[in-house]
Write a protein that binds this ligand. Sequence first.
Ligand SMILES: *Cc1c(COP(=O)(O)O)cnc(C)c1O
Length: 459
Amino acid sequence: MEYISTRNTQEIFSFKSVFLNGLASDGGLYIPKQIPLYSNQDLEKLRNFSYKELAAEIISDFCTGEFSEFEIKTIVEKSYKDFRVKDVVTVNKFGKINLLELFHGPTLAFKDIAMQAIGNMYENILEKSKLKVNVVVATSGDTGAAAISAIKNRKNMKIFVLHPENKISDVQRKFMTTVEARNVFNIGLAGNFDDCQNIVKSMFADNDFRNLINISGVNSINWARIIFQIVYYFFCYFKITKSNERINFSVPTGNFGDIYAGYVAKKMGLPINKLIIATNKNDILKRVMETGCYKPSEVKYTISPSMDIQVASNFERLIFNITACDSKKTLKLMNDLNESGEFQLAKEELQKIRNSFLSESLSDEVTKSVISEMYKNYGVLVDPHTAVGIGVTKKISPEENTVVLSTAHPSKFPDVVMKATGIKPELPENLKSILVKKEKYDRLPKDFEKVKKYIRERK
Ligand SMILES: *Cc1c(COP(=O)(O)O)cnc(C)c1O
């Protein structure tokens, strides 16, 4: 499989460099030169696969040249052995809504599904190529926990996680700071998520530092995260359809990673009608769909914090697709964004987005009432991100069968759920100990040089 950058289609990259670098040196995102296409016959063959068989089949197609099929099978097997359900995800129907529950991994959010596999891919690649890396990542809550769980105690790697001190939920923090492993370093930064993100971005742009520590990234623009997320669209599709009818997916969206995986599944031939971009008050993507103007504004803080994002980084991949893989055009739009804080899509481009996507946003008030209704009507507790996906689907009320991605376990957001339902969602039994374990993390000021020094001394 050959990869290119969204900002330059001439240079070819291997899966290995795509995996280890995360971001292309021209600032673009990596993307396959050609996306594999499955025929109806292929799809029928895949229909009866178990989740793990399906994952091995799909993932292999995206990393030929780096991993043998046997290696991929081993990675998949290892990655999902500790999930709380055999088939990694579950699909449940509540009234008209199908919920695809993606939170059965070790840190209770969908991010575990890709991250656990990425941990095993790292181990394999680093061992084969005799490399050591330091992973540096900024988190607004769920990514850091999933990454630490995937990387703790592995050979040849250390992980440094920056979280904004006092700005994430206690449960989210404890998932990171109660992990006892010699290769894990937690930093509570005196600042907000954007400050954490900016410091990490500056490290990636600082060539001397980058080479000195052999930096590597696992944030949501890493292509490997996308491919592991493609799998559950296929799996769920086969679970709820009989032949090749079309369905919709509603996806609680922040950085546009999870829903972009659905778009790739559609391009691979999966009969998806519409992908519904469900957002909270940070509704930049809804506004793009209406006006064609992409213009980030101030982040608004909501009860679905993992979607409190204004710059949907993976959107650049969609831009590349809808401009018919025109890297010059993509680069121009990204430069516009840098220089004037916005870019404008042409009418035909916007139409192409509208052919595949719909978007709506939901207020915190309505989100809470969705949580409360789901409990009243079906006795099920849903987390606030999932509730945004459900509420938006109801608002749009599409004709086709719709699947809502349930992205986090309700016990990760106990206060919101408790307020809406009167019930406190409990952590799964084997995770309760994090609430009482001793926490370990270091506090640092919002200072690039000080954070660099901290990492240099521990790399
Ligand atoms: C990260 C996250 C999202 C948003 O996913 P993106 O890929 O960034 O769009 C939604 N819900 C939860 C619970 C998350 O952790």
